[in-house]
Design a protein around this ligand. Structure first.
Ligand code: BTN
Length: 269
C-alpha cells in the first residue's frame, strides 16, 4: 500500500456512502476497549451510528470475558452504537448480522471464502479471522442501546502469529500472501452492516436468518459443543428465532444450545 493505512476519521468517511453507520467517527491510537468507550458514549446520549476505532487496545475483550489481542496497527478494532427498537431477547440478531456483514465484506474485498462459525466468529480456511461482541443496556425488557464490537485480524504475517493460536486463528494477509486495506474493508463492513440493520428496522428478520445460514459453516455440519459441565455431539440442524443452535444428537433428540451456554464449538468427525 502506498499511503499508511491509518484508521483516521477522514479516511474512513471518504466515499463511505452510508446513511447511519460511521456518520460520526472517533479514533484512538490506543485505548482500553473500543466497546467500553462506545458504551460510555452511548450512555451519555451519543447518536446512533457513532463508530469508535483504535489502532491498539490494552483491554480488548471477546465473548465469555476472553482477551482479544491484536498487535498495534494490524487489525480492525471497531465498535458501533446502535439504538434499535427491539426487545432484549431479540438482540442476538445484531450479533448475527454483524458476523454476516463481516463475512460478506471479507468476501467482497479479498475474495477469500469467509464463513460464519456460530455464534459470532468469522473463519477463513477453517481458522478464525474475526469476532463480534455485542453488548447492550436495557430498560424494562427493551434495548436502550447496543454496542457492536468488531475485531478483524487483517495484516499479520503468518510468521508473526503466536504459535499457540496458529491452529485456530489466522489473518487475512496470511491467507492471501499480501496486505489488505483496513480502510476499504472497514468501509465495506459498515455498508454491509447498514444494509442488514435497515432490514432489522423493517422487521425483515426471516430474510436475514436465511442469508446467515447460507454463510454458515456450522448449520448442516457435525459439531461438538462444550458446555460448562458436558459435551454435546451431533448434527447442527438450524438456528431458531432466538439465535440458539439446534443440534440433533446421536440419540435422535434435538438439543437447543444458546450462545451463553456454549463454551466452545468444534467441527466433529
Ligand atoms: C469474540 O471473538 O469473542 C469477539 C471479539 C470482539 C473483539 C472486538 S475488538 C473491538 C471491540 N472492543 C473489544 O474490546 N472487543 C471488540
Amino acid at each position: 500500500m502506498d499511503t499508511p493505512d491509518l484508521m483516521l476519521p477522514d479516511r474512513i468517511q471518504e466515499d463511505l456512502r452510508t446513511e447511519i453507520l460511521g456518520r460520526k467517527v472517533i479514533s484512538y491510537a490506543q485505548t482500553g476497549s473500543t466497546n467500553d468507550i462506545a458504551l460510555a458514549l452511548a450512555a451519555s446520549g451519543m447518536k446512533e451510528g457513532t463508530l469508535v476505532v483504535a489502532e491498539n487496545q490494552t483491554e480488548g475483550r471477546g465473548r465469555r470475558d476472553r482477551k482479544w489481542l491484536s498487535p498495534m496497527g494490524t487489525s480492525i478494532l471497531a465498535s458501533l452504537i446502535l439504538r434499535p427498537s427491539i426487545m432484549a431477547y431479540e438482540a442476538h440478531i445484531i450479533t448475527l448480522i454483524g458476523a454476516a456483514a463481516v463475512a460478506q465484506a471479507i468476501r467482497s474485498v479479498t475474495h477469500l471464502p469467509a464463513f460464519i462459525k456460530w455464534p459470532n466468529d468469522v473463519i477463513v480456511n477453517g481458522k478464525k479471522v474475526s469476532g463480534v461482541l455485542t453488548e447492550m443496556r436495557t430498560e424494562e425488557r427493551w434495548v436502550n442501546f447496543l454496542v457492536v464490537g468488531i475485531g478483524v485480524t487483517v495484516n499479520i504475517p503468518r510468521s508473526y502469529l503466536p504459535a499457540e493460536i496458529m491452529d485456530s486463528a489466522t489473518s487475512l494477509s496470511a491467507e492471501l500472501g499480501h496486505d489488505v486495506s483496513r480502510i476499504a474493508l472497514l468501509q465495506e463492513i459498515l455498508r454491509q452492516l447498514e444494509h442488514r440493520y435497515m432490514k432489522v428496522k423493517e422487521r425483515k428478520i426471516d430474510a436475514l436468518m436465511d442469508e446467515w445460514k447460507e454463510l454458515s459453516a456450522t448449520v448442516g455440519r457435525r459439531v461438538r459443543v462444550s458446555l460448562a459441565r458436558r459435551i454435546i455431539r451431533g448434527c447442527a440442524m438450524d438456528i431458531d428465532e432466538t439465535g440458539a443452535l439446534l443440534i440433533r444428537v446421536d440419540t435422535g433428540q434435538v438439543q437447543r444450545v444458546t450462545a451463553d451456554d456454549a463454551v466452545q464449538l468444534r467441527a466433529d468427525q
